[in-house]
Ligand binder design. Structure first.
Ligand code: SF4
Length: 324
């Protein structure tokens, strides 16, 4: 039997081998970013509720554990949107720690729900928090992230600074740049001041590498990326990781290829589940899932024949994703 809420493990440049937990079960987010790899947000909301129950998520995780897979380095809370919107997140963090006592728990977040002190308190139980913040210029923030009404970037930045004061774990901040959206000098200067105040354990400045929700959203030039990395004192890094956890990190060599060969779901189910989370090339599927070139090609052909696949060119490659 396959999994609905447990995915991976996948190799993450920031976290190592990461086993993902989907806390949303759908495209539910407090933002609708123009570059989002998992597609358009279906439910744009800041409402917190048990979108997926802790019982269901932990039940799957317990089954995964019983199947004696290779142990990941970290369990990462994510999903097809904003995981902190799940009001049962604290139970899930505690449940993961009970099942894997020595395993760190990481949470990917767009940080907007962190303006709520209750959410900040809940996140204290995690070991690593990976917030993203793309612009501190209100107009840019609204254009690139298309958040719920009333969200203001200065409020999000202050919430992160408050959180930093008490959080004992690590904070890895990520900034994604899209050409013409948030690569302005004004934003660079505001973000630079903010990073000095926040003092995150790591800063990653990234740009688009795959097609986003909006056709016009483009990667910034290398010179821009280099300038921002230098100004923000960022780590040499790879790609965006956001709610969907599984997205982003490229695997660089055989040592980082997912070893989940003993997954009892077939190649067809695994490829389909993976493409439902984010667009990928055939080569990325091969590496991510450890499935042979021929098998990936044959599943893609089958999905095409069934008219279930979206095929889009981007950055000189062909990306596949599932139709909603
Ligand atoms: S990129 Fe992240 S924050 Fe933005 S819409 Fe997608 S899941 Fe939500």
């Amino acid at each position: 039997m396959g999994y609905k809420y447990v995915f991976g493990p996948v190799m993450s440049g920031r976290l190592g081998l990461s086993l993902g937990l989907d806390l949303l079960g759908g495209r539910i987010c407090s933002m609708d970013c123009v570059y989002c790899e998992v597609g358009k947000t279906s439910v744009l909301t800041s409402e917190r509720k048990p979108y997926v129950s802790a019982h269901e998520v932990l039940g799957e995780l317990e089954r995964w554990k019983a199947e004696n897979h290779e142990m990941p380095d970290v369990v990462t809370l994510g999903g097809l949107g904003e995981p902190t919107l799940n009001s049962e997140m604290p139970e899930i963090i505690r449940g993961v720690k009970k099942l894997f006592p020595s395993m760190p728990v990481a949470v990917l977040t767009n940080a907007t729900p962190m303006t709520d002190p209750g959410v900040r308190r809940e996140l204290m139980e995690a070991d690593m928090v990976l917030p993203s913040l793309d612009s501190l210029v209100p107009l840019e923030f609204r254009a690139i992230n298309r958040p719920c009404k009333g969200t203001n970037p200065a409020g999000v930045a202050e919430a992160l600074i408050e959180f930093r004061k008490e959080f004992k774990g690590k904070i890895f901040l990520e900034v994604l740049l899209a050409e013409g959206y948030n690569d302005s000098q004004e934003n660079l200067s505001l973000m630079s001041d903010f990073c000095k105040r926040l003092r995150p354990d790591r800063i990653d400045v990234v740009t688009l590498t795959r097609p986003g929700t909006l056709e016009g959203a483009r990667a910034v030039k290398n010179e821009t990326l280099d300038l921002w990395k230098k100004e923000l004192d960022a780590a040499p890094c790879k790609e965006r990781e956001c709610g969907s956890g599984e997205k982003a990190e490229k695997r660089s060599g055989p040592e980082s290829v997912c070893k989940r060969q003993d997954d009892d779901a077939g190649a067809y189910d695994r490829i389909q589940a993976s493409l439902a989370r984010r667009p990928q090339t055939a080569a990325q599927l091969e590496q991510a899932l450890g499935i042979s070139h021929d098998e990936v090609q044959s599943v893609l052909e089958e999905l095409k024949r069934g008219e279930r696949l979206i095929v889009r060119p981007g950055n000189g490659e062909i990306y596949y994703s599932m139709k909603p």
